[in-house]
Design a protein around this ligand. Structure first.
Ligand SMILES: NC(=O)c1ccc[n+]([C@@H]2O[C@H](COP(=O)([O-])OP(=O)(O)OC[C@H]3O[C@@H](n4cnc5c(N)ncnc54)[C@H](OP(=O)(O)O)[C@@H]3O)[C@@H](O)[C@H]2O)c1
Length: 248
């Protein structure tokens, strides 16, 4: 465990932090990291039973909500239900892989629904209840920086989120709004896309290409999220966490 994972981040103690998409991967690692600093956590995604299990293991007050981020009315009601809070993190997204020629249009549309419209709804309705000195952390992906065949849907959605987030940071000032750009991170996303063996092969092949010699962990990205929450002078930023993937 590294220094930052052990460190207590004083600025989040007793703050209410909402994470939409916390049952797996980056969202779960972020919840675990923030819980060590004494933040109150409000977790939401479709599988609420999984969130209830996670809540039992976390050492801080944690509540779990069932939420489909693609449904505008559900997102609005969710924020009305939880009331005021301090920070919002939105790693919720579906998955899509395939070239334009081979991908069914519905696959791309589903990614747009969860990753673009989901984050859009979260900002639109979350900002009605967030503290003025709060922050919102959104997610794109490294394919916005480096073209990778088969990931055009992610490129399009991620670029839209990065660009919109910079405008939203102006519109909702002084609330800070930043975008994290993860590289290839070892989360359940990959097994869902290409199966267990396919994921292992894909991650191993990517690791061999990367300057750092490994793919990312959910904690690598969670540390960046906690930095963005903690540092009150980072705003409208697009922060790449990719082990140097865009360089090779
Ligand atoms: N892993 C990578 O290599 C990588 C690379 C670049 C960018 N990213 C981005 O980083 C973010 C997190 O990725 P991850 O790998 O941690 O993902 P993950 O392991 O697949 O987890 C996704 C989370 O989103 C939730 N979710 C999915 N659809 C939802 C919906 N309609 N409503 C509410 N919640 C929903 C899931 O919970 P439920 O299924 O229970 O709803 C789950 O908690 C995503 O934006 C992803 O695109 C990841």
């Amino acid at each position: 465990m590294s220094f930052q994972e052990n460190a207590r981040i004083d600025s989040v103690r007793d703050k209410r932090i909402v994470i939409i998409g916390a049952s797996y991967g980056i969202g779960l690692a972020t919840a675990e990291l923030l819980s060590r600093s004494g933040a109150e956590l409000i977790l939401a995604n479709r599988n609420v039973e999984k969130l209830q299990e996670i809540a039992k293991d976390l050492p801080v007050k944690t509540s779990a909500y069932r939420l489909d981020i693609t449904v505008e009315e559900e997102v609005k009601t969710f924020f009305e239900t939880i009331g005021g809070f301090d920070h919002l993190v939105v790693p919720a997204a579906g998955a899509a892989l395939g070239t334009l020629a081979e991908s069914p249009t519905e696959t791309t549309r589903a990614l747009v629904d969860s990753k673009f419209w989901g984050q859009y709804f979260a900002v639109k309705y979350g900002t009605r209840h967030i503290a003025k000195d709060g922050s919102i952390t959104l997610f794109s992906g490294t394919v916005t920086q480096k073209p990778i065949s088969g990931l055009s849907a992610y490129a399009a959605v991620g670029s839209a989120i990065e660009a919109a987030a910079r405008v939203w940071a102006l519109e909702y000032a002084p609330i800070r709004i930043n975008t994290v750009v993860p590289g290839i991170i070892n989360t359940p996303l990959w097994e869902g896309l290409v199966g267990k063996e396919g994921a292992a092969a894909q991650l191993e092949q990517t690791a061999s290409l990367l300057p750092v010699g490994r793919v990312g962990t959910p904690v690598d990205v969670a540390k960046t999220v906690t930095f963005l929450i903690d540092n009150g002078f980072v705003n409208g930023a697009t922060v790449v966490v990719d082990g140097g993937h865009r360089l090779v």
